[in-house]
Ligand binder design. Structure first.
Ligand code: NDP
Ligand code: ZN
Length: 356
């Protein structure tokens, strides 16, 4: 098979490998659509998961099954499927403990483009097919479906981590594709006022369409100051972090949260950084402000439920897709867009109709 890989840190390229072998509960999938993630950029250019050699990148895809193991019950060759970014082994006891994305150790469920080859490949190995794959709903565009791999489940996870409730005032820090999904998730959870922090014009337009009531540009001054001032001197109920940096963002998030409020982080933080929080901003340690952070939970049931939001018209992820490519060889172009983040970019996808 062919794959687009991290050859070494800061170096990418196409490589050839043997097709993966499948076990009795696994599936082999050929991609229909793949999308690069900001995490691929952290992996290649920012040493996020350490040095890797010839690791095929990518963890967002929809595809078509080309082979299944003997024990796979609900999927067969020819089925069109959505692949999640996180693919735990669901029979593992650690998965049953409730945090399957960390089965076998911290972030252990994040396998694609982390501890096994990713989806930028002509053949993709999916472990535990019945537990991890979801059928592509009839009539759903595979590009739209690819937003179910990571952007929707990750963004919505920020709302779950922060426990957004009806009428809450919410601040969403970062309105790239992940933050925009956190924002839309907040609307679906019943949030009232929603502050959205970002500056790229296309993302701001979509943030308003998804339900942001106020846009805050971090270039215009401290975002906590701006939000507290607009919120009549009060902190907000929930803060969803999907962008920013370790040095300032957590302190700002704590400062803009009311006592008893909560913060959900889904942004990647550089492992060499320390998170800074001023003790006074955290009520000298007594503010009853909860901070949680997580990697997206995987699982077929969750993906099918999130897909039902799309098929029933409650969520339109097509607004995220600003750039479309056609052909396996265009994957590097899409990744480079993610690297450069031009002002009109939210999310690129690559349709792949040129492989057997
Ligand atoms: P983007 O780079 O597209 O978006 C980042 C956002 O943060 C942009 O809106 C940007 O604003 C904003 N931002 C940048 N600097 C600041 C700042 N100083 N203060 C406030 N806001 C700022 O990223 P994605 O949406 O693709 O991904 C977001 C994060 O989620 C990444 O760290 C990614 O690795 C992580 N992630 C986590 C996953 C998980 O399971 N937990 C899964 C997938 C991704 P501007 O409009 O100016 O660009
Ligand atoms: Zn990702």
């Amino acid at each position: 098979m062919r794959g687009f890989a991290m050859i070494d840190p800061n170096e990418t390229g196409f490589i050839e490998k043997d097709d993966p072998e499948i076990g009795p509960r696994d599936a082999l999938v050929k991609p229909l659509v793949v999308a690069p993630c900001t995490s691929d950029i952290h992996t290649v250019y920012e040493n996020a998961i350490g040095p890797r050699h010839d690791l095929i990148l990518g963890h967002e895809a929809s595809g078509e099954i080309v082979a299944v193991g003997d024990e796979v019950k609900d999927f067969k060759v020819g089925d069109k499927v959505i692949l999640p970014a996180v693919t735990p082994d669901w029979s593992d006891v650690n998965s049953q403990a409730g945090f399957a994305s960390h089965f076998g150790g911290m972030l252990g469920g994040w396998k694609f483009s982390n501890n096994k080859d990713g989806v930028f490949a002509t053949r993709i190995h999916v472990n535990d097919a019945d537990g991890n794959l979801a059928h592509l709903p009839l009539g759903m565009d595979p590009g739209v479906a690819t937003m179910l791999s990571d952007m929707i489940p990750t963004g919505f996870n920020a709302d779950e981590l922060a426990h957004v409730e009806y009428g809450d005032t919410v601040a969403v820090i970062g309105i790239g594709p992940v933050g925009l999904m956190a924002l839309r998730g907040a609307v679906l959870h019943g949030a009232g006022r929603i502050f959205a922090v970002g500056s790229r014009p296309q993302a701001i337009k979509v943030a308003k369409e998804y339900g942001a009531t106020d846009i805050i540009d971090y270039h215009d001054g401290d975002i906590a100051d701006q939000i507290i001032e607009k919120n009549n001197g009060q902190g907000v109920d929930r803060v969803l972090i999907a962008g920013g940096d370790s040095e300032h963002t957590f302190d700002q998030a704590v400062r803009m949260t009311r006592p008893g409020g909560s913060i959900g982080n889904v942004a990647y933080l550089n492992g060499n950084d320390n998170i800074k929080i001023n003790a006074s901003n955290w009520g000298v340690g007594m503010a009853n402000i909860t901070i949680d952070g997580g990697v997206m939970p995987g699982g077929r049931l969750r993906m099918e439920k999130l897909a039902s939001l799309i098929t029933n018209g409650r969520l339109d992820p097509s607004l995220l897709i600003t750039h479309t490519f056609d052909g396996f060889d265009k994957i590097p172009d899409a990744l480079e867009l993610m690297h450069n983040k031009p002002a009109d970019l939210i999310k690129p996808v690559v349709y792949i109709s040129d492989i057997d």
